[in-house]
Design a protein around this ligand. Structure first.
Ligand SMILES: [Zn+2]
Length: 150
């Protein structure tokens, strides 16, 4: 992953936290990063309004501007589940037999088990701009695209 992609990938965690806060979307179905472009699909039951998506963008950018710490640590799977419940899991499976998990946490915003590289502080992500949201009724998935704007 290039350093730009580390920023974009870290942006996914912040956008996910904003989507959870604004829409109540808890589970990520898939993620994609290429250069300055990121996309995540979250499980959701309806098409969001434009106003809601503007809110997701605003909340994400406010969190970035706050300069929140991005914490990374390892934990036993059972201990992590005790602390965070199933919030750390996405809809795609863990590697089989995993007993220690790499956890990424933006305090009071997002916690996820994730093996990618991340920035240390959300300020390093820089401003993001959301693209058009796409809702797939058949899959009950909302696709949120964004680009690094700085
Ligand atoms: Zn990650």
């Amino acid at each position: 992953m290039s350093s730009e992609e580390v920023r974009t990938h870290s942006g996914l965690h912040v956008v996910k936290g904003a989507a959870e806060r604004v829409l109540g979307a808890k589970k990520t179905a898939s993620v994609y990063v290429s250069g300055r472009h990121g996309r995540l699909a979250v499980q959701f039951e309806r098409r969001p309004t434009e106003e809601e998506m503007r809110s997701v963008e605003k909340e994400a950018n406010e969190k970035i501007a706050e300069g929140a710490e991005v914490l990374e640590f390892e934990m036993e799977k059972s201990e992590a589940e005790g602390h965070f419940g199933d919030a750390i899991y996405d809809l795609f499976p863990l590697p089989p037999g995993a007993t220690r998990l790499h956890i990424v946490r933006v305090p009071e915003w997002n916690v996820n088990c994730c093996n990618e590289r991340h920035v240390e502080n959300t300020l390093q992500i820089g401003k993001i701009k959301l693209g058009k949201a796409r809702y797939r009724n058949s899959k009950r998935e909302l696709e949120i695209e964004f680009d690094l704007a700085d």
